[in-house]
Design a protein around this ligand. Structure first.
Ligand code: GLC
Length: 421
C-alpha cells in the first residue's frame, strides 16, 4: 500500500511549506469519479485560502485504507489531517478525532439531516461531519426491461426470474457475455453490505441487534443466503465472488449485466456525457425478500473528520467545512450524483434535476439497514470480517447456510466476550 499513500512524500511536503500557509493532508477515495471530484474541491479551497493540500489516494475498496488510518492515528502521526470516514469506522476511530462541536457553528451542524449528525456523534462528541449519504440501490437496464416486457422487479424472486429471461434472450441474440445480475461478492466490507441487505429484506435482522444480542443464526437469514448462493454462475458470473463496487460497475456499464446493485455514484458515472448507457438506466430501491419484508439498502454514509494530532488543525477544519458545505455538496450532487446530507439541497431544483431518483433514494435512506458498528464499537471490524468470511463461504459453495450461520454465531460470541459490547 506504501506506493498508494506516499507518506514520505507527504512528510517532505510538510517540511517545505511556507510558515504562514499550511499544507493539509487529505484522503480521497478512488472509486468512480471520486478522486477527481475530491481533488477539484481541494484545489478550490487551496486557491481560496492560500493553503496547500496533499492528497493521499485511498484504494477504491475503502476497508483497505482502515489499517493505515489505525496505524497513523495510534502513532499520533501529524501526517494525517483530514480523513474520509466510512460511517462504520466512526466508533472505532472516535478517540483520535477532533470534536467538531467546538469548531463549527450550531447552524452549520443543524443544516445536515439529524440522523447523519447522530451517526457522526459518539458520546456527545461530534467527530465526523456528514459528507454524503448513501444506501444500496438497484440499477437496471430500462431498455431491456421494455424489450422483454418485464416490470421493475419488487421481490428478489422476480429479479431472479427477470434477470434470467433477459440473460437468455440476449445471449440467444448473440451477446455471449451477457449476465443477469452484478453485485459485490468479494470477501470484504462491501459483501457485509450486500448480505445485510438480503438478510434485512427477509426480516432476518442485522447480525447483532441494537441491544447487542447476536441474532444472525436464524432461518430467514439462512434463506436469504441460499437465495444469493443460487445466483452464482446462474444469473451472476462466477467472478462475482471477487467483485467489488468497481468491478461490478464495469460489468454493468460495458453492457454485460441487466441489473446492478451499487451506490448512487453509478448514476453519475453511467449517465456521464458520451457513456453508452445514457438514457437506458433506471434506479430503484432494492427488492424485498418476502412480500412483508422491507427494502433494506445498506446505510453507507461518508463523513469527514480531523485528526486530533494534526499539526494544522485550523486549516484542516477549514477544509472540512468547505468540503462538507452547501456549495460543494451541491456541486458533488450535480456532477457526481452524491446525495447531499444538507437537507435544504433536497428542495434544490438543480439537484433534483441531476439526481431524478433522489426522492426514491430518500425512502431507501429512511428504510436502510445499518451495520452494527455503533453497538459493537471497537469490535465492529472483527464482527464484519467474521460475517463476510462466513457469507463468502456459503456463496462459494464451501458451506451450507444454516451450518455457516450457526458457526458464525459462536464466533461472534467469542468476539463479544473479548470486546465487551
Ligand atoms: C461504500 C459505502 C461504505 C461501505 C463500502 C463497502 O463506500 O459508502 O459505507 O462500507 O462502500 O465497500
Amino acid at each position: 500500500m506504501k506506493h498508494v499513500f506516499g507518506l514520505a512524500a507527504l512528510a517532505a511536503g510538510l517540511a517545505i511549506a511556507p510558515a504562514q500557509a499550511a499544507t493539509v493532508s487529505l484522503f480521497c477515495s478512488s472509486a468512480g469519479a471520486e478522486y477527481e471530484m475530491c481533488k477539484t474541491a481541494a484545489d478550490a479551497w487551496a486557491k481560496e485560502t492560500g493553503n496547500e493540500v496533499k492528497i493521499n489516494k485511498m484504494p477504491a475498496a475503502w476497508d483497505e485504507a482502515l489499517p493505515l488510518y489505525q496505524q497513523l492515528l495510534s502513532a499520533q502521526s501529524p501526517d494525517a489531517d483530514v480523513l474520509l470516514l466510512d460511517v462504520v469506522w466512526i466508533g472505532l476511530l472516535q478517540n483520535h478525532l477532533l470534536d467538531l462541536n467546538e469548531e463549527l457553528s450550531k447552524e452549520d451542524i443543524a443544516a445536515h439531516f439529524p440522523s447523519t449528525v447522530e451517526a457522526g456523534t459518539v458520546n456527545g462528541k461530534f467527530v465526523a461531519l456528514p459528507w454524503y449519504v448513501d444506501a444500496g440501490l438497484m440499477f437496471y437496464r430500462k431498455d431491456l426491461l421494455e424489450k422483454y416486457g418485464k416490470p421493475v422487479p419488487k421481490t428478489w424472486a422476480e429479479l431472479t426470474e427477470t434477470a434470467k429471461v433477459i440473460q437468455d434472450g440476449e445471449r440467444a441474440a448473440g451477446a455471449k457475455d451477457m449476465w443477469g445480475y452484478a453485485w459485490q461478492g468479494r470477501s470484504y466490507e462491501g459483501l457485509t453490505c450486500d448480505a445485510i441487505e438480503w438478510i434485512g429484506s427477509y426480516n432476518g435482522g442485522t447480525i447483532v441487534d441494537t441491544s447487542g444480542n447476536i441474532t444472525i443464526d436464524n432461518p430467514q437469514a439462512a434463506e436469504a443466503l441460499k437465495m444469493a448462493a443460487g445466483w452464482v454462475d446462474t444469473i451472476s458470473p462466477p467472478g462475482v465472488l471477487n467483485y467489488d463496487e468497481e468491478a461490478s460497475r464495469s460489468t454493468f456499464e460495458t453492457g454485460n449485466a441487466a441489473f446492478l446493485r451499487n451506490w448512487s455514484y453509478v448514476w453519475g458515472t453511467s449517465q456521464g456525457e458520451g457513456q453508452p448507457l445514457v438514457g437506458k438506466v433506471g434506479v430503484t430501491n432494492l427488492p424485498v425478500g418476502t412480500p412483508e419484508g422491507k427494502s433494506s439498502g445498506c446505510m453507507g454514509t461518508a463523513h469527514l473528520g480531523v485528526s486530533k494530532y494534526s499539526a494544522n488543525k485550523e486549516a484542516a477544519v477549514s477544509l472540512v467545512k468547505y468540503m462538507g458545505g452547501v456549495a460543494e455538496q451541491k456541486r458533488r450532487a450535480i456532477e457526481g450524483a452524491y446525495n447531499p446530507t444538507i437537507s435544504a439541497l433536497y428542495e434544490d431544483a438543480d439537484v433534483l434535476k441531476a439526481i431524478p431518483f433522489l426522492k426514491d433514494a430518500q425512502t431507501a435512506f429512511a428504510d436502510s439497514a445499518s451495520r452494527p458498528s455503533a453497538i459493537t464499537g471497537s469490535s465492529y471490524n472483527r464482527v464484519s470480517q467474521a460475517f463476510y468470511t462466513a457469507v463468502h463461504g456459503v456463496l462459494a459453495g464451501e458451506a451450507e447456510a444454516d451450518a455457516a450461520l450457526k458457526g458464525l454465531a459462536g464466533e461472534l460470541e467469542t468476539i463479544k466476550q473479548r470486546g465487551k459490547w
